[in-house]
Design a protein around this ligand. Structure first.
Ligand code: PRT
Ligand code: ZN
Length: 285
């Protein structure tokens, strides 16, 4: 029987979310601790636990059919794999930062300066695009201390909350890349593997969609129904059910995260009461 092989990060910032995503897709994994690989009981999926840096290579070489990896690592390694889907977690930026006491005017000011980074590939490309010739120092960790110890004038490193930069007296001045975890695939999967992959992708998309949407229930007097229905987008038309109290209805609908608070405010202003917001587990359209 065909099995799809997926590579995910063994331990680090993407591990928990990668395993959680597979779980939310209904894929059970047992013994994920201290293992190199494991097989799901209820989906023909074999999971390899690897260092994130190795995942693009393993997928390019078809040791794994698909993988979950940060775009930062993927684009830095520049391997030939196909990106299928952004997964919405592991979000960060690859940014250039300088000591807080210094002023930033233009990217051109880095000409002839030393920049420390673990992302020499992406930094080189960025500097080339901006026609800046700087001296790139590749270091593998603790990049943020480089300016403080006189190793570099600036750094290019991953930033999420910004607290690491802050604690090291640095400030972000330019963004090279916005990154998040993505699902990648090998270029040449056979038809059986593609069929399994499509099954998995269908589930991943349903999980992602459900996270971006909320199920909303509210009560309103029938006289306000028209106004309320105009505000609600709904997947098709919203559901309207009569309440026990004469002249009142209960309205059910789905709201997207982006417009959620705006719409809730408008609904209240239009006379909606008893608004309940419920998370959606899966959304299949
Ligand atoms: O052992 P392995 O090689 O697998 O793991 P790793 O140590 O190389 O990677 P890991 O687990 O630290 O990160 C895995 C992936 O998570 C990265 O490749 C990114 O895609 C993503 N990610 C998201 C981050 C961050 N956010 C992040 N903030 N990776 C690293 N950081 C580091 C950053 O390098 C800096 O040191 O966190 C610090 C900054 O964080 P803030 O919140 O202080 O700004
Ligand atoms: Zn790594």
């Amino acid at each position: 029987m065909t099995t799809l092989k997926i590579a995910i990060q063994k331990s680090g910032r993407l591990s928990e979310d990668s395993i959680a995503l597979l779980k939310e897709c209904g894929i059970d994994l047992r013994n994920v601790k201290d293992r190199l690989k494991t097989m799901s009981d209820n989906f023909p999926l074999e999971v390899f636990f690897l260092r994130d840096d190795d995942i693009p290579q393993y997928v390019e070489d078809a040791v794994a059919d698909i993988g979950i990896v940060g775009e930062n690592v993927l684009f830095e390694k520049d391997k030939s794999v196909e990106v299928l889907e952004q997964l919405g977690f592991g979000k960060c930026k690859l940014s250039i930062a300088i000591p807080r006491s210094e002023t930033f005017t233009d990217i051109k000011q880095f000409s002839g300066k030393r920049i420390a980074t673990s992302y020499p590939g992406l930094l080189t490309k960025y500097l080339l695009e901006h026609q800046v010739e700087a001296d790139i120092h590749e270091i593998s960790g603790s990049v943020e201390i480089a300016p403080g110890i006189g190793l570099a004038d600036a750094i290019a490193d991953l930033v999420s909350s910004g607290s690491t930069l802050f604690m090291n007296g640095l400030k972000e001045v330019a963004t090279i890349l916005q990154s998040q975890a993505v699902l990648v695939k090998n270029h040449q999967l056979n038809d059986e593997k593609i069929a399994l992959l499509n099954k998995l992708l269908f589930r991943i998309r349903a999980v992602k969609k459900s996270k971006r949407n909320k199920y909303v229930l509210l009560n309103a007097p029938n006289s306000n129904l028209d106004a309320i229905l105009k505000i609600l987008p709904g997947m098709k038309s919203p559901t309207i059910l009569p309440l026990a109290t004469p002249g009142w209805s209960s309205i059910h609908s789905v709201l997207s995260e982006d417009t959620f608070w705006d719409i809730i405010e408008q609904l209240k202003a239009a006379g909606a009461e008893g608004i309940l917001v419920i998370p959606i587990e899966k959304m299949i359209l």
